[in-house]
Structures are given as structure tokens and as C-alpha cells.
Write a protein that binds this ligand. Structure first.
Ligand code: ZN
Length: 216
């Protein structure tokens, strides 16, 4: 994202694609980074500041290991951008101000200490945000923040991203890339919130079916 945003407005921008990986799982470092390196790509990984070295306890299953501080540092050393993804992976929309400030501000501080450099990017867990959340990201000193389907101010603090999941094939990816920009031309904010919720449900359902099939 960092590289992509710095190139914005230049000739190079049209040829760039920004890849982001949420949550900071160990498999980002061990599986994704070697492939990215092979193709000469960088990417941004959004790390949950208060859960480094733990597991994704916010998901039912599958439980996966999250990068520890050393792993986070190694990803940065290998050219990946590290951004923040809150302290505990909670939905930020509607959070009380003090808790919101802690999730957004503290994760920037904690990761900044681990990396020994300022953290530029933030990513809203579950793509859940409201006006207070974008304000908190701006006030915490982030340079940009990533959303998914919900945008409240259409600025650099709620950049849209089409989610890509492990069960998506190349056709689905092509369809998402084609339809995603059009979605924001027609959908109002209430539709955007509804789609975000539905997307979460569909994702949970699809994961369940994939698991059930793989057990057979
Ligand atoms: Zn996440």
C-alpha cells in the first residue's frame, strides 16, 4: 500500500497493484513471502498489535498461529510493509471513544516499537468502520487506512479493497476486480454495511463447506 500510495498520480501508478494480507499469520511469512519474493512483489501485512505470537481466537476455526515480534520484524526486513490491525481484532464501528482510541492508537505505538519506525497504515478489522473510526485513524497519525466494502468518507482513510479468499479461483478474482469499482458507484452506505455483514456470513459458510468436503 505504501509504495502504491507514494506512486499515486505518477505514470507508474497505473501499472501497480497493491496486495494486502490481514491478521499477520505465520503462514504469511513462511508461505506467502517466498512466493512474493520469487515474483519480485512486495505486500502489506496488517498485524493485530495486541496478539503477536498468539492465535486467531476471534475466529471459530481454523485456529492459526500469528506472527510473533521476531516474525513481524523479519517480514519488514524482507521488504514487506507492516501495518496495524487494531489491538484485539474487534469491530470498531460503535465502540466507545476510549476503547476505539486504544485499538487504533495503541496498535500503532506497539508496532512502531517492534519495528523501530513509524507505522503508516491501518486496516479496520472485519472492514467495520464508522465516522469515529476514520477520525481515530487520522488522529492516531496513520497516513492511510484500508476498508473493504464500507466507506464513510471516501478518502485515504477508508480505501476500499475487494476481499480475496482461499476458495476464490481465477474466474472469481476476475469478476471481483471488474465489479468491485462499480459497486461504489451505485451502493449507498446502508447497502455497503449490509453487504459487509453478508460477506462475513458467506465467508463463514463457504469455509464450513470447504472443511466439510475436505473431511470426506
Ligand atoms: Zn482481520
Amino acid at each position: 500500500m505504501r509504495e502504491f500510495l507514494r506512486a499515486a498520480g505518477t505514470e507508474r501508478a497505473g501499472r501497480l497493484v497493491a496486495l494486502t494480507f490481514d491478521d499477520g499469520y505465520e503462514n504469511f511469512l513462511y508461505d506467502a513471502v517466498p512466493i512474493l519474493e520469487r515474483y519480485g512483489f512486495s505486500a502489506t501485512v496488517f498485524v493485530v498489535g495486541g496478539m503477536m505470537g498468539a492465535e486467531n481466537s476471534w475466529d471459530e476455526r481454523p485456529r492459526m498461529k500469528l506472527l510473533g515480534k521476531e516474525g513481524v520484524r523479519e517480514a519488514a526486513k524482507r521488504g514487506m510493509e507492516v501495518g496495524a490491525h487494531g489491538m484485539s481484532h474487534v469491530k470498531l464501528a460503535g465502540l466507545p471513544p476510549a476503547r476505539l482510541e486504544e485499538e487504533v492508537g495503541e496498535s500503532r505505538r506497539v508496532l512502531g516499537e517492534v519495528l523501530d519506525e513509524p507505522v503508516e497504515g491501518f486496516c479496520y478489522p472485519y472492514g467495520s468502520l464508522d465516522r469515529d473510526a476514520t477520525r481515530a485513524a487520522r488522529q492516531a497519525g496513520y497516513y492511510y487506512a484500508c476498508a473493504c466494502w464500507t466507506r464513510t468518507e471516501s478518502s485515504i482513510y477508508d480505501l476500499p479493497r475487494p476481499p480475496v479468499w482461499e476458495m476464490d479461483g481465477s474466474l472469481m478474482l476476475a469478476a471481483k476486480l471488474k465489479l468491485f469499482p462499480k459497486y461504489f458507484e451505485v451502493a449507498g452506505s446502508s447497502t455497503q454495511n449490509a453487504v459487509e455483514e453478508l460477506g462475513g456470513l458467506a465467508y463463514g459458510g463457504a469455509k464450513y463447506i470447504t472443511r466439510a468436503l475436505s473431511k470426506r
